[in-house]
Design a protein. Structure first.
Length: 394
């Protein structure tokens, strides 16, 4: 069974008392990851795996946190690691985790997963500060994609030797096109038939959105889904919530709630404009990107090759953003734009600037004169599709 790159990072946190919280959307492999972590300790420490989709386990734990020991058949005095899947199903997960941590942290290590950041954000209050470490379990990156596809020689060429070997060039390009078309849900990657990939992605998309709608008590489910589709068609553009409210005849608070839920369900991310004045940064319109482009393509019913897509510029920009997300904190990724529409696509850590172009012949240096004059300390680089694997990924 394949292990994720984040596996070893999580493993390093087992020598402390912190609660380890694995979060992200459904079907990214959190349950598998929990089980793999559990198996790592099977010979030298007592471990338990609890799935809160089991109503008997969930109902027992909802009575009182101490009921945990009715399930694990072990006293609180014994050193043990307890893995809990889908922690958000508890009535009060914050209280449960806080109580077990405060009372038994010397003897019990908690490793838990949660599929909906909306739930976690609502139920996990500040009482868990200093008690937890959060790991975001994204869909697969390209290196993991190659691993799951068992293309180990290509993986070594790219990520160990750090070069695109001529022998593998065509195969690498073919695999990369597959990756950026269907993206990184593990189950999708392991399917060989493209039609089946599309079918499963559509099933995922409908199931996820319906679950988000149900969990969030949204009344007008059609408008929620249609707004998500509009955002998919306009990702990388400025997010104008007033325009959305007017288009769908919704109040601003309702639109803000919908956008919030989309973020907390790990469908979209919002990035802010770069200003040295923090008030301006927070007051100006942000941009949105999708975490998984297979999900976005499913919403748009468009799985065309990127080279023939009408939205290939926006699509490639979303791909670049996602790659930066593997390397930098979300809040440290911004964009620069003036009222006169001078812009640079990405500002990273207030040190580097990147402009995304699908081809080199679209680069016009004169367009960036103002930015270079205003921010002389920034290093502005151009990210081009044909050079992307060697330039950014490797």
């Amino acid at each position: 069974m394949k292990t994720r790159k984040i596996y070893n990072k999580i493993l390093k946190e087992f020598d402390n008392n912190l609660i380890l919280l694995l979060v992200w959307a459904r079907q990214v492999g959190k349950t598998t990851l929990l089980k793999q972590l559990k198996n790592n300790f099977k010979d030298n420490i007592k471990t338990y795996f609890l799935n809160l989709e089991d109503p008997d386990i969930k109902n027992t734990l909802n009575i009182h946190p101490n009921k945990l020991f009715d399930i694990t058949w072990s006293s609180s005095d014994n050193k043990q690691i307890i893995f809990i899947d889908e922690i958000q199903y508890l009535k009060d997960p914050t209280n449960f985790l806080k109580y077990i941590y405060d009372e038994y942290k010397e003897n019990i290590k908690l490793v838990v997963s949660g599929s909906s950041s909306f739930y976690i954000d609502q139920k996990f209050k500040d009482s868990l500060i200093w008690r937890k470490k959060v790991f975001n379990i994204y869909t697969l990156d390209f290196e993991e994609f190659l691993d799951f596809k068992e293309e180990l020689e290509i993986k070594e060429s790219l990520f160990v030797n750090k070069k695109i070997a001529l022998l593998y060039k065509n195969k690498i390009e073919s695999l990369f096109l597959e990756y950026i078309t269907y993206w990184g849900y593990p189950e999708i990657v392991l399917l060989d038939d493209n039609d089946r990939k599309i079918e499963r992605l559509r099933e995922f998309t409908l199931d996820y959105v319906k679950k988000d709608i149900y969990d969030s008590n949204i009344v007008d489910s059609d408008k929620f889904l249609n707004i998500l589709k509009v955002l998919a068609s306009q990702s990388w553009e400025l997010l104008n919530m007033n325009e959305i409210a007017n288009t769908f005849n919704l109040s601003m608070p309702t639109v803000e709630k919908y956008i919030y839920i989309m973020q907390k369900s790990f469908h979209i991310a919002i990035i802010r404009p770069y200003y040295t004045n923090i008030r301006k940064e927070l007051s100006k319109m942000p941009k949105i990107y999708f975490y998984d482009l297979g999900f976005r393509n499913s919403l748009l019913k468009n799985f065309e090759n990127i080279n023939t897509r009408l939205d290939k510029w926006a699509y490639f920009e979303n791909i670049v953003w996602r790659e930066f997300l593997f390397k930098f904190w979300l809040e440290n990724i911004k964009f620069w734009r003036t009222q006169a529409k001078n812009e640079v696509d990405f500002i990273i850590d207030e040190k580097k600037a990147y402009e995304v172009k699908f081809s080199k012949n679209l680069i016009k240096e004169s367009k960036y004169k103002l930015f270079r004059e205003k921010y002389r300390d920034f290093n502005l680089e151009f990210v081009v599709f044909d050079e992307f694997i060697g330039q950014i990924i490797v």
